[in-house]
Design a protein around this ligand. Structure first.
Ligand code: FUB
Length: 380
């Protein structure tokens, strides 16, 4: 998932105007909050001004999966970052998240409600630790929370393997009840569920390095497999996975396929092409009949997009959605609300620590030909 290399020392900038952010529920939240670090005047260590401000300051959040459900509100299913005092490493052990909290807002820019704990790792029978980037879906009165976590096996590092689970609730804010076992046939991390206009839902998943995708072959996991070295710079890059979900939304209807990303000549993007190859954070949306497969490049810190004609791809690389943020990782989602498209992402403005991130949102625009002008997360 990450190498803990992109660091900077942050002297949190002086505050001029304080921005009120609201929250409720759970640990300590519930009243309007004013944070010196979260202001329109806050600057990064190198002096650049942030494009947008954290959605909430009461807790650290990352990997935001945003959805608009039937009530027209925006629900964000993020990771809930915590300080576990674990030294940064390339396996991402410092990302020691234990639970999920859901964010809700009526509109972009409006007050944000932080829900109570929606799912705790202690209530997931198969999981041991590290509740990483989740997503959610809705069908017939039930909300589905998809999430990755390490299971209880032990690999060569003494750690469980990442698997993908599902939990359900009648309330979009939770609490969610986890299924007793991970989803059969799904593996690695970063599940994202896209529901097409015909009602069929597809799960995208996978992430290399700490997400362990490089250790999976033909549906089998190698507990002694590589942690970082892909050894395939001149070969087609590893692909994220995609599989149709069964109507029960809790199981795969087929063996996962590769979500292949092609270059402008129709050839698969190579493993050595770190500015373009898939690393983690799949997210798919549809616009004007085209399927946008979006993802993070990990160690080069871009959010990218590629376009295809169907949910399985192949997808042709088109460009960067966003340049690198402050912090090692960003992970995003894209949703339409109020007649505009929005990019949810995260950075480390409030902490300057890679594992303590804050979710942000900014408008995503499209050119007339469907391409996306690259967003700079800094304004100057
Ligand atoms: O938040 C933990 C992991 O970091 C996610 O699963 C990845 O996408 C990256 O954001």
């Amino acid at each position: 998932m990450r190498k803990a290399t992109k660091t900077a020392t942050l002297a949190l900038a002086a505050t001029v105007s304080l921005m009120a952010l609201s929250a409720c529920g759970g640990d300590g939240a519930g009243t309007a909050n004013e944070s010196a670090a979260a202001t329109n005047e806050a600057r990064a260590p190198d002096g650049r001004k942030y494009l947008s401000q954290p959605l909430v300051t009461e807790i650290f959040t990352a990997d935001p999966s945003a959805h608009v459900w039937g009530d027209g509100k925006i629900y964000v299913y993020p990771s809930h970052d915590i300080e576990a005092n674990i030294t940064n490493d390339d396996l991402g052990n410092q990302y020691a998240m234990r639970d999920y909290r859901v964010l809700r807002m009526d509109r972009i820019g409006g007050p944000v409600t932080i829900g109570p704990v929606a799912l705790d790792v202690k209530d997931v029978p198969w999981a041991s630790q590290q509740m990483w980037a989740p997503d959610a879906a809705y069908k017939d009165g039930t909300y589905y929370l998809y999430f990755p976590a390490r299971d209880k096996t032990k690999d060569k590092n003494g750690l469980g393997k990442f698997m993908v689970g599902v939990a359900t609730s009648k309330d979009p804010m939770g609490p969610f009840k986890a299924e007793p076992k991970p989803i059969e046939g799904a593996f690695s991390m970063d599940p994202a569920v896209f529901t097409d206009a015909d009602g069929k839902s597809y799960m995208y998943f996978g992430g290399i390095w700490g997400g362990q995708l490089q250790r999976w072959k033909d549906g089998k996991f190698d507990p002694n497999g590589s942690d970082t070295d892909l050894m395939q710079d001149d070969k087609p890059a590893l692909s994220g996975k995609v599989a149709l979900l069964n109507p029960d939304m809790k199981s795969l209807a087929e063996k996962p396929r590769d979500a292949v990303i092609l270059d402008e000549k129709g050839k698969p993007v190579l493993g050595g092409d770190h500015d373009r190859r898939f690393f983690e954070a799949s997210w798919v949306f549809k616009k004007d009949g085209k399927y946008y497969y979006t993802y993070s490049t990990g160690d080069t810190h871009f959010l990218n997009y590629a376009i295809g004609d169907n949910p399985y791809g192949p997808f042709t690389f088109k460009g960067h959605i966003m340049k690198p943020v402050q912090g090692w990782t960003t992970h995003h989602s894209i949703v339409e609300h109020g007649g505009k498209w929005w990019l949810f992402y995260a950075d480390t403005q409030l902490s300057n620590k890679n594992h303590l991130r804050s979710v942000k949102v900014t408008e995503l625009k499209f050119n007339p030909d469907g391409t996306i002008p690259t967003i700079d997360p800094f304004v100057d």
